[in-house]
Design a binder for this molecule. Structure first.
Ligand code: SF4
Ligand code: SF4
Length: 374
């Protein structure tokens, strides 16, 4: 057997679902697209986030010859009812984003295998275009919703890439869009218009991006106050958004499959009640952060939970939002006020009016006043 076949066999044996190889050639198409859309992706092409740098694998490993691409199908179990529609399945996936111990261990095994074979490896980075690498390595193709799809797994996959200094036998690329010609279900379903044409998404409008584009996040955002134009489209999503994957006909077989529950997620599910999340304790956050580590501060989850409660519009959430109005965190108070305004009714109004008399922050006063319709 060749080194490439041994490598594939080993990767499959440690739990990856697909493995493919592509050259370390620059991802020119991706680079050109980023350069055309600096207004949308400027945040990701600077010093902290080097998407343009990552488009050339030689920036990751100067002597790089190949990119090893792994695909992990994360939709192996059903998701707890309390978490569906709130937390994107990828983050509940225990499959790699954020790095769950088991996934890290799988990756470490593959890395050790390559090193034992004398390969030099580039540092694992987030900046290499994983979806395009997967399509170039023949292990995924594209959907118009910009996701990579891998056969029966649909788009519920985590892609990993490792640049190595060894030449391999490369797989036949599958750089193609395998959607029915007339289908535009994902574009039509995107509530914010983030998905604005086939294969084009503006992250600034995306619910997922807005849910974790925060200081301290991997995304290095500056956002503490969610744009009004996004809030009411967020529904109950507090971390991620699966809408353009959920509606996709290519994902229906997996979404409709009868899968066993995941005991760990079932154990965490009770903690995902919005009323609890809006007034989250540090201890509670540290338990959940294993799934939510794109943000390093509970305040963003609390803020998003406040918006979700407002969108649910259930008057029973008024006491929890009234408690959030007492928080020292201004954005949380502001979003709690917005949510109370959405819920409306005498109870919410009375909380807002009595709060306005005490509120000292200009920003929060503005939110309260708007919520009261003054
Ligand atoms: S994740 Fe949600 S908001 Fe983002 S593009 Fe898809 S449907 Fe639109
Ligand atoms: S919803 Fe339709 S167009 Fe969008 S990714 Fe799925 S199959 Fe393609």
């Amino acid at each position: 057997m060749s080194f490439g076949s041994d490598l594939k066999e080993y990767a499959l044996s440690v739990g990856y679902d697909r493995v493919g190889f592509t050259t370390a050639d620059r991802f020119d198409l991706y680079r050109e697209e980023l350069l055309k859309r600096v207004d949308m992706y400027g945040w990701a092409t600077g010093r902290d986030w080097g998407l343009i740098t990552g488009a050339d694998p030689h920036n990751i490993l100067p002597e790089g010859r190949s990119v090893v691409v792994t695909v992990f199908d994360y939709f192996r179990h059903s998701y707890p009812r309390e978490m569906v529609g709130k937390v994107g399945r990828a983050y509940q996936s225990l499959g790699g984003i954020p790095p769950i111990p088991l996934h890290r261990a799988r990756f470490r095994l593959l890395k050790e295998f390559l090193e034992k074979q004398g390969c030099k490896l580039g540092k694992p980075v987030f900046d290499l275009p994983a979806r395009m690498a997967a399509a170039r390595a023949g292990v995924a193709d594209y959907g118009k919703n910009t996701f990579a799809f891998a056969g029966g797994s649909g788009s519920f996959i985590v892609i990993g890439t490792i640049v190595i200094d060894r030449e391999l036998e490369y797989d036949q690329p599958t750089l193609e869009v395998n959607c029915p010609d007339k289908c535009s279900v994902c574009i039509d379903a995107c509530p914010t218009g983030a998905l604005y044409e086939p294969l084009k998404m503006d992250p600034r409008l995306c619910i997922a991006y807005n849910s974790y584009n925060a200081p301290g996040s991997w995304f290095g955002g500056k956002q503490t106050v969610l744009p009004l134009s996004i809030r009411d489209h967020m529904g109950t999503w507090i971390y991620g958004c699966d809408i353009c994957q959920q509606v996709c006909p290519r994902n229906q077989p997996r979404l409709k499959a009868k899968l066993p529950p995941n005991a760990y997620l079932e154990h965490l599910a009770a903690d995902f009640q919005l009323e609890k999340l809006v007034n989250l304790s540090d201890e509670h956050f540290s338990r959940l952060s294993v799934l939510l580590n794109y943000v390093d501060n509970k305040r963003y989850l609390q803020r998003n939970a406040a918006v979700a409660l407002g969108n649910e519009g259930n008057p029973e959430a008024v006491p929890a939002l009234a408690e959030a109005l007492q928080s020292p965190d201004e954005p949380l108070r502001g979003h709690a006020a917005w949510a109370l305004g959405r819920i409306g009714g005498a109870g919410a109004r009375s909380v807002l009016e009595s709060h306005l008399a005490r509120e000292t922050s200009e920003y929060v006063r503005g939110e309260v006043t708007t919520a009261l319709g003054k």
